[in-house]
Design a binder for this molecule. Structure first.
Ligand code: COA
Length: 281
């Protein structure tokens, strides 16, 4: 699935390989087997992947289909119907995705006003400098810092509900390709306590990094730390040879702060997602 996502990658495609890794491992799961209610199927022809369906849960389908084979989308949706027992089902795709006609034919309808994500891209040239913020510094994590790294992530997202990240989950994240600790950045205070973070996933085949996720703990917000740690991570991304960075914050008015953060450092919007849903009752 990650190879396929890499092959199809552009800033406007649904998945960066790092997104698949983060989506799979950002909660404690058994890395060697699927969760209850989860299912995955991959379509191939002559050894080449043409698409995949990932029922993350019975009511939620992720899919990606080779643009030249839209017919595969209908097969993935048929498969999802077989493995799912949910009465209401949703799928998240890019606007104008090749799968849209198959979703429509299967009774899904687009919900353009539901919360959505806007893909943003930044060319890694003429980057703004990493700011100096008194009392803090930026560094990347070490290989044995899963517990503290999980804690800063969980605290940063705490006002949006309980986080599923713990030390075990973060160890899984760190073990997943293409994670590398020198692209996992934190802001630390004078006592080296982590207070903000930015994780970048590099797809070496595309020279493109994905920021997922970024956060700052509530007590330290509004001081430029999320912007600073993101820039520090992106500078490192450029140093290791990447030419582009992508990030996909919410694009709807319900949660506008993150996209302001990314636009303030030069990221530009290029595509959005749409949720399609159907009810089978
Ligand atoms: C969004 C978040 C990362 C911002 O962290 P932060 O350290 O306070 O952000 P910064 O101080 O670096 O802000 C940089 C820019 O982002 C924008 N911004 C940040 N928080 C904002 C807010 N609440 N409302 C509006 N704009 C905001 C501003 O443009 C700001 O620039 P300015 O100070 O010149 O106005 C933090 O609130 C957070 O962790 N939220 C929960 C997790 C999350 O949503 N992560 C991003 C997901 S893509």
């Amino acid at each position: 699935m990650q190879d396929f996502a890499s092959r199809l990658w552009s800033p406007t495609s649904r998945f960066h390989p790092g997104q698949l890794a983060w989506s799979r491992y950002h909660r404690p799961v058994d890395p060697s087997r699927l969760d209850e209610g989860e299912a995955i199927a991959i379509w191939t022809e002559g050894g080449e992947v043409l698409g995949f369906g990932w029922a993350e849960a019975p009511d939620w389908l992720e899919l990606q289909v080779a643009p030249e084979r839209p017919d595969v989308a209908a097969e993935i949706i048929d498969w999802f119907e077989e493995v799912s027992d949910a009465e209401t089902q949703s799928a998240l795709v890019m606007e104008d995705d090749v799968a849209e006609p198959a979703l429509a034919a299967a009774g899904f309808t687009p919900h353009a006003d539901d919360p959505f994500f806007t893909h943003h891209v930044l060319d890694l040239v003429d980057l703004p400098p990493v700011p100096r913020i008194p009392g803090y510094r930026f560094r990347h994590v070490g290989p044995h810092e899963a517990r503290d790294r999980a804690a800063v992530h969980a605290a940063s997202w705490s006002d949006l509900g309980a986080s599923t990240i713990d030390e075990q989950a973060y160890e899984q994240v760190m073990a997943a390709w293409p994670y590398r600790p020198d692209l996992d950045w934190v802001a630390v205070d004078a006592d080296d306590r982590m207070v903000a973070s930015a994780l970048v996933w590099l797809d070496p085949a595309r020279g493109a990094g994905l920021l997922e996720p970024v956060g700052c703990v509530p007590e330290h917000r509004g001081r430029g730390l999320a912007r600073g740690v993101t820039l520090a991570a992106v500078h490192r991304l450029a140093e290791v040879g990447a030419t582009a960075a992508q990030v996909s914050p919410r694009g709807d008015d319900g949660y506008p702060a993150p996209q302001r953060l990314y636009r303030s450092m030069g990221f530009r919007p290029c595509a959005r997602t749409v949720t399609w849903s159907r009810s089978l009752d």
